[in-house]
Design a protein around this ligand. Structure first.
Ligand SMILES: Cc1cc2nc3c(=O)[nH]c(=O)nc-3n(C[C@H](O)[C@H](O)[C@H](O)COP(=O)(O)OP(=O)(O)OC[C@H]3O[C@@H](n4cnc5c(N)ncnc54)[C@H](O)[C@@H]3O)c2cc1C
Length: 408
């Protein structure tokens, strides 16, 4: 393998981490990392948070400036891969270059789901996925600007929080009856909505958009119940779609993302996929699952790189992600659809921890609010599907680390 070529398509979180892991594991062959964006690989989480709040000081590069050259990683930026011939094991770049590979990683991420009704408004309608998108938002999120945010998912609410911090007047419109419906239990989502409202955000939940119009210098959104909301700018975040164009055209299996196994291998034995673009076989649920989180991109990148080299990866802990909004650091692990949730402490007065139990009382999910130090123990307990008395779980006097030790 050391005289071979590994090509990575997509120079984002998963692509950069996979390249680094190959070198970390001692791979001495050629590594080519190709990205259509012009920036060296960067982290996206700061785009909705620090980069808006402290644009002068926020940093988001994944590796330092000299890293790629020092590690002999050929970084080709500002050029897309336009074709993949899986049989011949060749990728073709937009500049006409062809590169043959022994193994390939597709780390192509995801693209914003478009809402044509809003796009048709033209100027002053924004979405957020890239560094340029975030930079475009800076002059929009200003004191007294009326910002209409469509979508109350994680990114929508993080943007609402940052916009309020920057002095904007914020209205959030969500068609589902609750916020963060895909990733947080109703108890937490409801509480977060109250926190946003207390900070001045106007929230319209269960409110599908009926129409969007431009009236003189104002943007007007009309809800299905007839409510008209006017603003200076519209930002929408209604989810993303996995970038599977190359995989699909090459005949790889795609199932809400590029289908991969536990080793991140696609339906072609020399092609792997990782990150937002990939949907991984999940034994427990018996289906492919796609995760759009920073940790998932890192984990799958590491797994794929190691699998290419025949190196084993340790078993995964419970899936984890976080959000920062309204001064709260909220970390999530395990199953957010757990039917029962217990609170240790009080949501109204964080720090606190929420525990999710399945129908048999086993711990399957946990959420820490300004209490990240409990996350490691919570993940360990979820890994064991620990059964712990409800009174013990809910008692802040019980040390979670000691409980985790008991189940180790
Ligand atoms: C604003 C924002 C905030 C977030 N906050 C959090 C958070 O707080 N916590 C959390 O857990 N997660 C967060 N995430 C999610 C996290 O950033 C993503 O899950 C992660 O970036 C996925 O990494 P990836 O490598 O799969 O995709 P990406 O980072 O999107 O990288 C994919 C790259 O591939 C490139 N590409 C695509 N097709 C081609 C092609 N044909 N040729 C060449 N290049 C190509 C793209 O241009 C892109 O640069 C956030 C995401 C966003 C957008």
């Amino acid at each position: 393998m050391n005289a071979s070529t590994i090509v990575i398509v997509g120079a984002g979180q998963a692509g950069a981490l996979a390249a680094a892991e190959l070198r970390q594991q001692g791979y001495a062959g050629r590594v080519v990392l190709i990205g259509e964006e012009t920036h060296a690989p960067y982290e996206r989480p700061p785009l909705s948070k620090d980069l808006l709040l402290q644009p002068q000081t926020a940093r988001c590069a994944i590796h330092g400036e000299g890293y790629y050259a020092e590690h002999n990683i050929e970084l080709k930026l500002g050029v897309a891969v336009t074709a993949l011939d899986a049989q011949a094991r060749v990728v073709v770049l937009a500049n006409g270059e062809s590169i043959a590979f022994d193994a390939l990683l597709l780390a192509t991420g995801a693209r914003v789901r478009r809402l044509p009704m809003l796009d048709a408004l033209g100027e002053r309608v924004y979405t957020l996925r890239t560094l340029e998108d975030a930079q475009r938002l800076l002059p929009v999120l200003e004191p007294s600007k009326r910002v209409l945010l469509v979508g109350a998912g994680v990114i929508g609410l993080e943007l609402a929080s940052s916009a309020v911090d920057l002095g904007a007047q914020v209205t959030v419109i969500e068609q589902a009856p609750r916020a963060m419906a895909r990733c947080a239990p109703p108890l937490l989502a409801g509480h977060l909505c109250n926190v946003h409202r207390a900070r001045g955000v106007r929230l319209h939940l269960g409110s599908p958009l009926a129409s969007a119009a431009r009236e003189n210098s104002e943007l007007v959104l009309t809800l299905e119940d007839g409510t008209r909301i006017t603003g200076d700018a519209v930002i929408y975040g209604i989810g993303v779609e996995p970038e599977t164009t190359l995989a699909q055209a090459a005949g790889l299996r795609v199932d809400n993302g590029i289908a991969i196994d536990a080793q991140c291998r696609t339906s072609h034995m020399h092609i792997y996929a990782a990150g937002d673009a990939a949907s991984q076989w999940d034994e427990a649920s018996g289906r492919h699952q796609r995760r759009e989180t920073w940790e998932n991109a890192n984990r799958q990148a590491q797994t794929a790189a190691r699998a290419m080299l025949g190196v084993e990866t340790e078993a995964w802990e419970a899936a984890w992600f976080w959000t920062d909004q309204c001064g709260l650091n909220i970390q999530f692990a395990g199953d957010m659809a757990a039917p029962e949730w217990l609170v240790r402490g009080s949501l109204e007065a964080p720090p606190c921890v929420l525990f999710g139990l399945d129908g048999e009382g086993a711990l399957v999910g946990a959420i820490t609010v300004n209490q990240g130090r409990d996350m490691r123990s919570a993940k360990a307990l979820i890994g064991k599907r620990a059964r712990i008395a409800r009174e013990t779980l809910a008692d802040p006097a019980q040390n979670l680390r000691n409980l985790a030790r008991e189940f180790a």
